[in-house]
Design a protein. Structure first.
Lengths: 355, 623
């Protein structure tokens, strides 16, 4: 019986694949890179082990039945058994016990992962001691505001490693969901209310992946839902502080240096600045922040969240955003010639708060 | 109504089916319509798997992909799985309890035509500006933002077909409560009848939540209300609650009848009564009850807070207990039995481990903090396909082979049936097993493409290859059906030889009035009891007498057609001047037909004793 072999091996394959940890380390939930993902992974391993046990028991009974009780003659009439109280009690009570084993850590983790009290305690200045990031999800881009530091950035979330970071999540158009698989489970960004949770980014694991993790939108939000990726730069606390200081230092739009970039800046100021700010202050109202903040654009890891960050891709994106991200909100908002796009690209590449 | 016509022209047959109130013909209508929608949903699935076979694929565009994924889910749940189950419920349940027909034959017909017109309306969206594109869950913020009329097709189409489902559910409840043959007590009902009973009760309580949700959505989109608009004091999370208060019981509406079908098949081909019958019934009722207590586990990441999440996590885990009871009861029904591996039995046997795998991932999903990782990833996609295909679809394929002779009087080819089975089973596991890992590796669901170098290539390719196996299996099943119908070799009462329940005590297909004399039921598996005592047929519980039959009616078709027309009017009311008149005309047709039904006396007709005695001489005459 070929099928019997397959049934017997399935749970084994499952266990091996799970334990070996597959997927890419910057994206996989099976290679947890933070406390939250680790706790969730532990729960996965616990539940998988219990469940593999259940599967093994079922598989053994199943295989015995398949082999022993095939019909041998057309005339055989088996004994008509009504049932067995003993057996029925056994397979009621044992699953209940197994579920209790799973339920206790589940409930405890549910409450611990939802504990955002440090982000609620304000000090004398009205700020929190913990690092808080306000995430605003938009049709197909992400904005990250640091209320204590009074700066904001887009698309690349920058966080310090080895400490709890508290997130307040909201969406400005339709429902999205904020997910960094290697760091921790997702939480929806509703349009109605702010959702809160915390994540922690492991320093050593961050080193292994060059400090970059992948983030995803996990709730269907329109044609480009699949392309609503973002990046997470997890930096040691000192580097994070430097980044914050450099961002805070930008009070006015940085003046472009080369002649072409200056031309680009002028075009930008005429065509683009209505939606895209190039200063990091978080003082403008949400409704006015219609496109990603570009203050640190030159240091981005990706164009539009998905393309490799280089001049060619920026030009492709600016020429026809619709072909890259269908349904995006930038298409048709501006009209630039190829030369103008070249100039704007030159300008954008120079927007860096740090070298 | 012609009762004994031997040969009829195509027009007459068509008219017969358009007006029939016979549960056996309505079953065939459900089977054909559900089958067509199943193939449509399958084609949509193939588009999905072709698009995702390789990274950065351009087989379909992003917007079109969202329409395809939405229609795949919506079609499979509402227009394929449920109607196909209704097909077998209609064909079998009245026979299993020894009834002449369902309690309300007219409503039975109305339920079918409402479902049919709702389904056609929904699918016409492909040709009229684009299908719905917000997923089968149609979460409010996205479904309100969606442009065009796609979502309106979804809301109006599901509203109409939802009425049909509700009517069908009520009809089965009343039928099973009131129409059981003498001696058929509740605790002697076959499991398929029991699960139909519980599933119908779930329909009765779950569908109103969907009806309300869809009404809100329709009014928000077409009539300017703001139930789900947070800027106007509405709330999108309310939609999620309404949808899942319906949506979770819906899963059990699908899986419980599947459990019933497999219970009957396993017991039949093991030649053993169902092990732990009482605990099986108890578990069915308990699953139905708990099914209403767990909806928020679909919303663990919505932000309901740790208290709600913890309560719903534990409640969800509890469902594993009655489900586990069922699994072991099936295994121990086979234990000590005499198992014959017919095609239906192969499906039943394969179902047990397949469903266990879907069930255990269900328990894993119940662990809320881990679910934050699984949720809306391909892990969930794998899980619900394991329960829906591994449970519901396998049961539908099994029932197709098992009940085909009872419905059409001829056996599907066993050899082709087994080929279909193996291809389908292998394809199913190949497609979905690996998706668990894709999800854990960070692949969100409902994405129209994925990028290279994220470790997702191989898994997706394997999954797409598996889908082709299932497609080939379905094609072979269709070929089998054609060959069988052309050959048309007639079979007797009990073609499998191991039939235990009342439906096997009657001719295949049964005469239009079902049992000439209501049978006397002397215990669980009544036909088996008689066979074991050497009898060929059931002992009658009444003397031969006149049988009261309902007349056929075209009114159900007209009532449904009116709503179908009205839906177009409602949808185009704001776009075109003719919208409002069409809305009114449609409603006039519907309510006019209902009025005619109300004032016209229709007492049906009687088949006289003499005619029934004549029938003995020419057995097998079809109505």
């Amino acid at each position: 019986m070929k099928r019997l072999g397959k049934w017997g091996l399935l749970p084994l394959f499952a266990a091996i694949a799970l334990l070996s940890g597959c997927g890419e380390p910057f994206l996989s939930t099976l290679q947890p890179a933070g406390e939250v993902a680790q706790r969730q992974f532990d729960l996965m391993v616990l539940s998988t082990s219990i469940m593999v046990g259940v599967i093994v028991v079922v598989a053994i009974i199943f295989i015995i039945v398949m082999i022993r009780f095939r019909r041998k003659s057309e005339n055989e009439i088996p004994k008509q058994v009504e049932g067995s109280h003993t057996l029925e009690i056994i397979w009621t009570v044992i699953p209940i016990l197994l579920l209790l084993v799973l339920a206790v850590p589940t409930v405890s983790a549910t409450f611990q992962l939802a504990d955002v009290s440090p982000a609620e305690e304000k000090n004398d200045e009205g700020k929190t001691d913990a690092l808080v990031v306000n995430v605003r999800a938009n049709l197909y881009w992400w904005e990250f505001e640091y209320p204590n530091e009074e700066i904001l950035t887009s698309q690349d979330l920058v966080v310090p490693t080895d400490e709890k970071v508290y997130f307040n999540l909201i969406a400005s158009d339709v429902k999205h969901s904020f997910w960094i698989p290697a760091i921790g489970g997702k939480l929806d960004t509703n349009t109605d209310n702010v959702n809160k949770f915390w994540l922690e980014f492991d320093g050593e694991k961050a080193d292994e992946v060059g400090n970059i993790f992948y983030g995803k939108c996990a709730e269907l939000c329109g044609p480009s839902h699949a392309l609503m990726d973002f990046k997470v730069k997890a930096l040691p606390r000192a580097e994070f502080d430097q980044w914050v200081a450099s961002m805070q230092a930008v009070k006015e739009p940085v003046q472009a240096e080369t002649a072409e970039a200056q031309a680009g800046q002028e075009i930008f100021n005429n065509s683009c600045i209505g939606c895209h700010a190039v200063t990091p202050a978080n003082t403008t109202p949400e409704q006015a922040r219609m496109g990603p903040n570009l203050t640190d654009f030159g240091n981005r890891t990706l164009v539009a969240g998905i393309l490799e960050h280089n001049e060619g891709n920026i030009k492709t994106w600016l020429k026809d955003p619709e072909s890259i991200k269908p349904g995006n909100k930038m298409t048709g908002k501006y009209n630039l010639s190829d030369e103008e796009i070249d100039a704007v690209t030159e300008y954008l590449m120079g927007l860096k708060v740090q070298e | 109504m012609s009762t004994n016509a031997q040969k009829k022209g195509f027009g007459a047959v068509l008219w017969d089916y358009l007006t029939t109130v016979d549960h056996k013909k309505i079953a065939i209508l459900y089977l054909i319509a559900g089958g067509i929608f199943f193939i449509l949903g399958g084609l949509e699935a193939m588009i999905i798997r072709i698009q995702l076979a390789i990274p950065d694929n351009n087989f379909v565009s992003a917007g079109f992909y969202n329409e395809v994924l939405t229609m795949h889910g919506t079609t499979m749940i509402f227009l394929a799985a449920m109607p196909l189950l209704f097909a077998f419920m209609n064909a079998v349940v009245p026979l299993q309890i020894g009834a002449r027909d369902v309690a309300f034959p007219f409503l039975n017909s109305l339920g079918f035509w409402l479902f049919f017109f709702g389904g056609v309306f929904l699918n016409l969206s492909w040709f009229l500006g684009g299908a719905p594109d917000a997923g089968w869950t149609s979460y409010a913020s996205l479904s309100l933002a969606s442009e065009g009329h796609g979502i309106d097709f979804y809301s109006l189409g599901l509203q109409i077909s939802g009425f049909g489902t509700l009517i069908a559910g009520i009809n089965f409840l009343v039928t099973i409560i009131n129409m059981r043959a003498p001696g058929m007590t509740y605790m002697r009902m076959p499991l398929f009848t029991w699960t139909t009973f519980v599933a119908s009760a779930l329909i009765l309580f779950a569908f109103p939540a969907l009806t309300v949700g869809i009404f809100f959505l329709t009014f928000d989109r077409l009539f300017g209300s703001n139930f789900f608009d947070p800027t106007m004091g509405g709330n999108t999370v309310i939609w999620e609650h309404l949808f899942w208060i319906f949506g979770h019981p819906e899963v059990y509406i699908l899986i419980l009848p599947a459990f019933g079908i497999f219970s009957d098949i396993i017991s039949t081909f093991s030649r053993k009564r169902l092990f732990g019958y009482s605990s099986m019934v108890f578990a069915t009722v308990l699953i139905g009850f708990l099914g209403f207590m767990v909806w928020a586990h679909h919303m663990f990441t919505t932000g309901l807070g740790p208290i709600a999440n913890a309560i719903f996590a534990v409640a969800t885990m509890a469902i594993a207990v009655p489900t586990g009871i069922k699994i072991f009861n099936w295994l121990f029904t086979m234990w000590g039995g005499s198992i014959k591996f017919t095609t239906p039995m192969l499906y039943a046997v394969a179902f047990v481990p397949s469903f266990v795998m879907g069930g255990v991932t269900g328990v894993m999903l119940a662990a809320a903090p881990a679910d934050y990782q699984y949720h809306d990833s391909y892990f969930v996609v794998a899980h619900f396909h394991y329960v829906i295909i591994g449970g519901v679809v396998l049961s539908l394929l099994a029932a197709t082979h098992f009940y085909w002779p009872k419905m059409f009087g001829t056996m599907l080819n066993e050899f082709l049936g087994k080929i279909t089975f193996w291809l389908f089973l292998i394809g199913f596991h190949l497609t979905f097993f690996i998706q668990h890992f894709l999800g854990l590796m960070g692949m969100p669901r409902r994405i129209f493409t994925f990028l290279p170098n994220q470790g997702l290539e191989i898994g997706n390719l394997v999954s797409s290859i598996g889908a082709f196996f299932m497609a080939v299996a379905t094609i072979i099943l269709l070929i089998n059906i054609v060959i069988t119908s052309v050959k048309n070799v007639k079979v007797g009462n009990d073609p499998w030889g191991d039939g235990r329940t009342l439906e096997w005590a009657i001719a295949s297909p049964p005469p239009y009035y079902n049992f000439k004399q209501l049978p006397l039921v002397r215990g669980l598996d009544p036909y088996w009891i008689e066979k074991m005592e050497g009898k060929k047929e059931m002992t009658p519980a009444e003397p031969l007498g006149d049988i009261h039959m309902p007349n056929g009616s075209f009114i159900p078709f007209m009532i449904s057609l009116g709503l179908f027309i009205a839906a177009f009017g409602a949808m185009y009311r704001l776009d075109y001047g003719w919208g409002l008149p069409v809305l009114i005309i449609g409603l006039v047709i519907t309510f006019g037909s209902m009025f005619v039904r109300s004032i016209k006396d229709d007492h049906g007709y009687h088949i006289h004793k003499e005619e029934l005695m004549d029938d003995d001489d020419n057995k097998g005459v079809k109505a």
